[in-house]
Design a protein around this ligand. Structure first.
Ligand SMILES: [Zn+2]
Length: 639
């Protein structure tokens, strides 16, 4: 672990995205998603499940005021995951235990959006919401509306289930994001006051608890990066060191017998430094691994770094869909065993792929390895984008690779597979997570240290790095061509990732290859032209993935393609490709000569060669599926 080579990501405020593909996604987030979510947080979207988010903050603010005036306030139970108007009284908290986090993710997305596109009206709206949030903080710094409204005595009584430290994590991330965008400190100061309380409450001589749903670890590190207050780093480290120690903290507090298996779900089955296989709830997992990578980096912790390497390798070589989706089972929204990647039962939550990108960025900062940057690309251009409709108005939580609408409607094992994107979820983790990621996509594309600037993703942009002003003009997604214009501030090295899908590439300057990156010495203003051969490929899957035997996925550059019923008719399983099929690229679509097996209604009959008719197969990028009504979809095709 050579810390002198570590790099850091480049803040959004120093990146201007000019890429037409990403700019249009960011504009969609700015014009559609952020305003829609603003209405949803206020429960003003007709037909959508109620959020209660803003209502809870207003209620909590009133309670804080009454407490300050010495007035009596009621107590309600804090015993549920989800509080409805049926099971909780009018004055009590409503929604999911983690409902506050939706407001925070919205504020964070607004921060990034303001960097990309200043908008006074939006900033005023965010400031108003920030005031509502800050008014709900107790004088000791505590801020979680569930416990402020329902029971102030019960705070931190069940860290495993009640998500207070999770909501804190999103508060801190929002505060840092909004501060970086606007330099306004109000939310940051509020987050720091809550962080101070957390640092005073948890530690080796204090309460030895740790978050049930991770994120506080990486969020505390973000607060440390902005404030340079070392106690935030120490508490993040404490949460990671303490996790999974025996006897289990949760058992002690909740008074239960230790059942080790229970804690795989929360990645608390053993200490993180001893975790080498990705297990449990996938979003929690990648959020923990992100925090572990942060601590490995800042505390120079070799053991944690090795665990992170092994976890990343386990995910990308055995537990990741070709679309960059992770967490293949609905049972616990979790990682399954190695090579268990069913297409039609996939969970593959949008947030899990977003979390994988968070984890990958931190790993790339410590060790630029093109395999990890490839995983980011896979997730970004496929599962993450699939999470949002082309009009930015509806969202997938689950991202399957094969869909039969009848199965989703009639088979309870597949009820989680939605056939069309949903307007809004009461449990709305994915849509606001998507908006904050898309709005800050540049932070996952580039890193630098004192001598080297890394380009991990070819996103058209102007970047003000410490080594150089860099302009990237990217036609990467269409022709595979990228022009990089460099205006150095001093002599430095530029490192360009060579995508794993590309066998043929060329650069207009002399380079050296290491770990999948081409390195260039730069000492004057120059341009580098890169050409990546972006031909259509048929990709096979390990034969240990049982469902994909004798099938291929079609890809072009970073995009995985799929067939939809609307283009290819029903029963997509009847379609085959020749092993030497010619592909024609037409705009976003790919056409192929294929075959359709004749239907056989007889359930059993003596084997004979099947009959086929020639057909033209149309494929579209996976992320664009389900934008033309409900229909069958399949990524993998028989060969
Ligand atoms: Zn989610």
């Amino acid at each position: 672990m050579d810390i002198s080579t570590f790099s850091r990501h480049i803040n959004s405020s120093r990146i201007e995205i000019t890429d037409s593909f990403w700019k249009s996604k960011m504009e969609l987030v700015r014009k559609e998603v952020i305003p829609y979510q603003y209405e949803a947080l206020h429960d003003r979207v007709i037909g959508a499940e109620k959020s209660y988010s803003i209502e809870n903050f207003i209620k909590a603010g009133e309670i804080v005021k009454k407490l300050k005036n010495g007035e009596e306030v009621p107590v309600f139970p804090t015993d549920k995951w989800y509080y409805t108007e049926e099971n909780a009284p009018q004055g009590a908290f409503h929604g999911w235990v983690f409902q506050d986090s939706d407001v925070y993710k919205w504020i964070e997305a607004v921060g990034f959006s303001l960097i990309n596109h200043p908008d006074k009206d939006l900033e005023n709206k965010a400031d108003d919401i920030i005031n509502i949030v800050c008014n709900a903080q107790l004088p000791n710094g505590y801020l979680d509306t569930l416990f402020i409204i329902n029971d102030r005595e019960a705070v931190f009584s069940n860290l495993k289930d009640w998500h207070e430290l999770y909501c804190f994590g999103h508060l801190a991330e929002a505060a840092v994001g909004y501060y970086n965008a606007t330099r306004k400190r109000k939310l940051l100061d509020t987050a720091c006051r809550f962080a101070d309380l957390i640092c005073d409450t948890f530690g080796s001589e204090k309460i030895k608890g740790y978050p049930g749903h991770e994120i506080a670890e990486m969020a505390l590190v973000k607060l440390y990066e902005v404030t340079e207050n070392a106690k935030y780093l120490e508490t993040a480290r404490f949460f990671i060191d303490e996790r999974g120690k025996k006897p289990y903290y949760y058992d002690i507090v909740l008074g239960r017998e230790t059942v080790n298996d229970n804690y795989h779900y929360n990645q608390a089955h053993c200490q993180p430094k001893l975790q080498f296989e990705a297990v449990g709830h996938a979003v929690r997992g990648v959020y923990l691994y992100s925090g572990m990578a942060d601590i490995a980096k800042y505390c120079k912790d070799e053991e944690l770094y090795i665990a992170c390497r092994k976890l990343m390798e386990n995910i990308i070589t055995k537990k990741m869909y070709i679309t960059g989706g992770i967490g293949s089972t609905v049972d616990g929204e979790a990682f399954s065993y190695d090579y268990d990647l069913p297409n039609d039962l996939a969970y593959s939550e949008t947030c899990a792929s977003i979390g994988l990108i968070f984890f990958a960025r931190r790993m790339l900062e410590m060790n630029p390895d093109a395999e990890i940057a490839d995983a980011v690309e896979r997730a970004l251009y496929n599962t993450v984008l699939s999470g949002m409709s082309l009009d930015g108005k509806s969202f997938f939580y689950v991202n399957p690779l094969e869909v039969l609408p009848e199965a989703s409607h009639k088979d309870s094992r597949k009820r989680h597979i939605k056939t069309v994107r949903q307007k809004w979820f009461g449990c709305a983790c994915c849509p606001p997570n998507l908006s904050r990621l898309i709005s800050s996509v540049g932070e996952y594309a580039f890193t630098e240290n004192d001598d080297i600037v890394y380009v991990h993703q070819y996103i058209g942009s102007r970047i003000n790095t410490e080594n150089a002003d860099i302009e990237i003009i990217s036609d990467y997604l269409n022709s595979g061509g990228v022009k990089i214009i460099l205006n150095p501030k001093k002599s430095f090295t530029l490192a360009l990732r060579i995508p794993s899908w590309c066998n043929k590439f060329s650069f207009s300057r002399k380079y050296e290859i290491r770990d999948g990156y081409a390195y260039f010495d730069i000492d004057k203003r120059i341009e580098i032209n890169a050409e990546f051969d972006i031909c259509v490929k048929m990709i096979k899957c390990s034969n240990k993935v049982r469902g994909n035997l004798d099938k291929v996925a079609v890809t072009r550059g970073p995009f995985v393609y799929c067939m939809e019923e609307i283009d290819n008719g029903k029963d997509l399983q009847m379609i085959k490709l020749h092993k030497n099929t010619k592909f024609t690229v037409c705009g976003d679509n790919i056409f192929a000569d294929g075959l359709r097996e004749k239907e056989s209604e007889t359930l059993y009959s003596e084997w004979q060669d099947a009959e086929f008719e020639d057909i033209a197969v149309k494929l579209i990028p996976y992320h664009k599926w389900a934008n033309r009504g409900e229909n069958e979809m399949s990524v993998y095709i028989r060969i």
